[in-house]
Design a binder for this molecule. Structure first.
Ligand code: PLP
Length: 363
């Protein structure tokens, strides 16, 4: 039976590769001859441990993570990282800089305020509701700051960083929830990278943290055990029961990413996909207009509006009828948003760009 798959443009949780879902389905009841599902295995069993370590190693290989970094699998979503980062790394007498590029940066900043001194290293809010990414040279921070935090891809506004600042001795921390694994990155530039899994990595429930080991030694100590990065680093993310099924799925998504050619191949596909839709916007003579400035456009979340609210409404309604799922813009900014994460096939983006062209012809 041919399974009917939706054109899934959800912003997160989002599309997963069909081959991964099929493998999980085939292995669901009896995982590798254990007579149990992977989610029924003890997290202390050697069978589970293999799954766990394989996922860590696959991520290290795919992102070329150097040896001086730990890969952690945590819970609480990217949102808990907004608190754990300042709890662990915002020392008394120091300040932490936040680059403001959207709602998620705002949330990260407001959590950090609860723990210490923070400042805005830059913001693109005033110059037109987060349409752009600041120039790397325009960031303001000091060499003795606790850290500098940025959001590499702004899921709601549809903007994405292409080059990252060299921050010298100031640890650079990035929320990569919505573009991790979408292209090669130089992990060496960052002291800490974090991402909720539910876009490019797998199902929700796992948060990936890549942390430079020297940072662990500098962390504050007067915080709860579960909220210390060092607790999880010392225990290979097995201090308590990890989200085992989610980690298994993450490992399978990473295997898939390697099989299809790794991050260079994935980046090429993502560029092709995004171009299909940005071209439909750019050749529409203003019928569609993109929210992001062209040089800040995201390849993951493509945001745009139509000429009027009425047209937007009928566009969204018709798109839904045609089977395109998840293209309503976030409730905070409205309009339309196509999320073209790694597992969204080129054909889905082609079909949607054709739909855009057709809709314009008829209206
Ligand atoms: N940061 C970014 C960039 C996001 O897109 C999201 C969720 O969409 C979050 C943080 C929050 O993630 P979570 O729901 O895992 O807490």
């Amino acid at each position: 039976v041919q399974t009917q798959r939706a054109f899934n443009f959800n912003a997160g949780p989002s599309a997963l590769p069909i081959s991964v879902l099929e493998k999980a389905q085939a292995e669901l009841i009896d995982f590798r001859g254990t007579g149990m599902s992977v989610m029924e295995l003890s997290h202390r069993s050697s069978t589970y441990e293999e799954v766990h370590n394989q996922a860590i190693n696959s991520l290290k290989l795919l992102l070329s993570i150097p040896d001086q970094y730990e890969v952690l699998f945590l819970q609480g979503g990217a949102s808990l990282q907004f608190s754990m980062i300042p709890m662990n790394f915002l020392q008394q007498g120091k300040k932490a800089g936040y680059v403001m590029t959207g709602s998620w940066s705002e949330k990260a900043l407001s959590e950090a305020k609860l723990f210490g001194d923070v400042f805005q290293a830059a913001s693109t809010k005033e110059e037109g509701s987060y349409r752009s990414i600041p120039k790397v040279g325009d960031l303001k921070f000091n060499s003795d700051d606790a850290y500098l935090h940025l959001t590499s891809n702004n899921t709601i506004y549809g903007t994405q960083w292409t080059d990252f600042p060299d921050t010298g001795d100031v640890p650079l921390i990035a929320d990569m929830s919505s573009d991790i694994l979408s292209k090669p990155i130089d992990v060496n530039k960052f002291a800490l990278i974090y991402a909720g899994a539910q876009k490019n990595l797998g199902p929700s429930g796992v948060t990936v943290v890549i942390i430079r080991k020297d940072l662990l030694e500098q962390a504050n100590t007067n915080i709860p055990t579960m909220l210390k990065y060092s607790t999880h680093a010392k225990n290979n993310s097995l201090y308590n029961t990890p989200p085992t099924f989610g980690i298994y799925m993450l490992g399978e998504v990473l295997n898939w990413a390697r099989e299809i050619g790794g991050l260079t191949a994935i980046a090429e596909q993502n560029e092709t996909k995004a171009k299909l839709i940005y071209d439909a916007i750019d050749t529409s003579n203003g019928f569609y207009h993109g929210h992001a400035e062209p040089d800040s456009r995201s390849l993951m979340n493509l945001t745009f509006n139509l000429k009027s609210k009425e047209l937007e409404k009928s566009f969204l309604e018709l798109a839904k009828q045609e089977g395109f799922v998840g293209i309503n813009g976030h409730r905070s900014i409205g309009g339309c948003r196509v999320s073209a994460y790694n597992a969204v096939p080129i054909d889905a983006c082609k079909a949607f760009s054709e739909f855009m062209v057709e809709f314009q012809k008829k209206n």
